[in-house]
Design a protein around this ligand. Structure first.
Ligand SMILES: [Zn+2]
Ligand SMILES: [Zn+2]
Ligand SMILES: [Zn+2]
Length: 353
């Protein structure tokens, strides 16, 4: 397995001022709206519409690494600085910002209500289009990928080719249960009762005769069974890539594409298996099903026999079909006898008395 990492570039993040709640570009060290300094523990978020940075100078700044907060005055300095721009203090005493977390690549574009004038604005805007007031951040967005919260940049990636959001899985399960419940109700809940007469009965039995035969399998995924022979396998190598957005700790995030090879084995082989070579079927229009009793040659066996039972009813010109569970139940339905049928919403027979 070979793994490769490739940088796709950098995006600019944003942060929310805890003082006035307005959003600021990631690299800005003081709030553009109220002038408050960016606090040390501020969270960076991916913005809605995060374009890769084209400007080389900006990209170089983004690449430099996590900012350092001065140990003496708390001012945020770039990773390249050695002394604080504010107080001149040695930044060796400072504290590098948290970096390396995996982030969301882009926040979804939603409508944000201006707290000043009530105008709805797309979340791609930082200022209200109507009154110019700073817009708050859309609520409910987690800045960090759930699976890798707190992990380093080179934490082992867990690759998922397809991911469904949790709400989709829960919604899907609920929808499935609803369909099953409605279906079960339609099929099993009696909604109507009719009196009907047996017009015809029919049975069919099948007895399979089996023999061990060589069965060929081709291009089956995975390992061949232990008793397989004439085995030939090949490996299919597929490159699987995923993009990760990694917090740089300086208001930018790097978009990294990680690729690795995934190998799948496909095999062709032969297995000796019990195989049905002939099926002996009997049928009749009476109440006494019988099974064929074929004579077996050496090396043969009988497979599992099957029994089909049909009871046809008529009632007021309508026909109904019922399948008894056992031959014993079936034998009670003498043609011409009268029964009470419980029907479901679709007109199928639920039970017979
Ligand atoms: Zn502010
Ligand atoms: Zn300082
Ligand atoms: Zn406004």
């Amino acid at each position: 397995m070979s793994t490769s990492k490739q940088s796709k570039g950098f995006i600019q993040l944003e942060w929310v001022c805890p003082n006035c709640n307005s959003r600021n570009p990631g690299p800005k060290k003081t709030c553009e709206s109220c002038g408050a300094p960016q606090p040390e523990n501020v969270q960076f978020y991916a913005p809605a519409e995060a374009k890769l940075i084209q400007d080389e100078n900006v990209a170089r700044t983004a690449k430099a690494g996590a900012d350092i907060h001065c140990g003496f005055c708390g001012t945020r300095n770039p990773a390249t600085a050695t002394v604080c721009s504010q107080c001149g203090g040695d930044l060796k005493e400072g504290k590098a910002r948290q970096a390396g977390r995996e982030m969301q690549r882009e926040a979804p574009v939603v409508e944000v209500k201006c707290t000043n004038c009530g105008e709805m604005n797309p979340s791609t805007r930082r200022m209200c289009a109507k009154c110019g007031a700073p817009l708050p951040r859309a609520a409910g967005e987690s800045p960090v990928m759930q699976k890798n919260a707190g992990g380093g940049a080179d934490a082992a990636p867990s690759v998922t080719k397809r991911k469904f959001p949790t709400w989709a899985i829960v919604g899907g399960v609920v929808a499935c249960l609803a369909v099953i419940c409605i279906g079960a109700y339609m099929l099993f809940a009696p909604s109507k009762t009719v009196t009907a007469t047996v017009s015809e009965v029919y049975w069919q039995t099948s007895v399979p005769v089996q023999e061990v035969r060589a069965v060929d399998y081709s291009n089956e995924e995975g390992s061949p069974p232990a008793d397989a022979y004439n085995v030939s396998c090949r490996d299919d190598v597929e490159q699987v890539c995923e993009q990760k957005t990694i917090d740089q700790g300086n208001g930018y995030a790097e978009v990294v594409e990680e690729c690795h090879d995934e190998t799948t084995q496909y095999c062709s082989y032969t297995v000796d298996e019990w195989t049905t070579i002939q099926t002996y079927t009997l049928e009749g229009y009476d109440l006494f099903p019988v099974y064929s009793e074929p004579s077996l040659f050496s090396g043969q066996r009988l497979g599992e026999a099957t029994l089909t039972l049909d009871v046809h009813f008529t009632s007021g010109g309508e026909e109904y079909l019922y399948h008894p569970d056992s031959a014993a139940e079936y034998q009670a339905f003498s043609p011409g006898s009268t029964w009470t049928l419980h029907l479901n919403a679709l007109g199928g027979v639920v039970s017979v008395e």
